[in-house]
Design a protein around this ligand. Structure first.
Ligand SMILES: Cc1cn([C@H]2C[C@H](O)[C@@H](COP(=O)(O)OP(=O)(O)O[C@H]3O[C@@H](C)C(=O)[C@@H](O)[C@H]3O)O2)c(=O)[nH]c1=O
Length: 183
């Protein structure tokens, strides 16, 4: 498993080395030693989720007020463009967007520390995303920032097909920022 730091502090890409043969492939999807050597407590994860999305679906941009939540995200089937926004006011990259392709070919995983907004777009007809979280689902603290916020100007790569009602009602990045900065 290669550990690939990014230019944003705490945001880390993990790249495994899948074994491919005529049957298909084998790959590790979790190695606690690798996580520890990247400074992540593997026992911090308390919930794992899987969602299926059809081509063009956008989910996001989701964040959690208060302490936030860290996620370890991978695409088990198909491909996504995974998008994060650094929502940590004291970070040098506060407000910046980063985009990563996660797919079932290279099998990269993205570790997103606490204090980020997260979302993705499904790039394939059937797209399964799995992610571990270091806190339990707490809808009362969840906030959605508009996936099409003009200030964030996230470049979604494909025509957008379906967006949930919750995500269509997302607040602006400016509104989110004032809530986070006031906290
Ligand atoms: C996330 C979540 C949802 N649910 C329920 C609530 C709802 O009825 C249904 C679908 O929820 P949502 O529409 O919020 O699912 P979704 O839009 O896929 O939400 C997810 O999006 C990605 C981008 C993330 O980063 C995640 O943290 C999470 O916010 O599942 C849970 O029971 N537990 C959970 O942990």
């Amino acid at each position: 498993m290669k550990i690939i730091p990014t230019d944003v502090s705490g945001l880390i890409v993990f790249e495994p080395e899948p074994h491919r043969d005529e049957r298909g492939y084998f790959t590790r999807t979790l190695d606690v030693n690798e996580l520890r050597s990247a400074g992540i407590d593997p026992h911090g994860f308390v919930q794992e989720n899987q969602s299926r999305s059809y081509q063009g679906v956008v989910r996001g941009m989701h964040g959690r007020l208060g302490t936030g939540e860290a996620k370890l995200v991978r695409c088990a089937h198909g491909a996504v463009l995974d998008v994060v926004v650094d929502a940590r006011p004291d970070s040098p990259s506060y407000g910046e967007v980063r985009r990563f392709v996660l797919d079932d070919q290279v099998h990269r995983q993205l570790y997103i520390p606490r204090g980020f907004l997260h979302g993705f777009q499904a790039l394939t007809s059937v797209t399964d995303v799995c992610y571990k979280m270091d806190d339990f689902y707490a809808p009362g603290f969840d906030v959605t920032v508009a996936f099409d916020d003009p200030e964030l100007a996230i470049a979604w790569p494909a025509p957008i097909t379906v967006v949930s009602e919750r995500d269509r009602a997302g607040i602006s990045w400016g509104e989110f920022r004032s809530r986070v900065e006031a906290a």
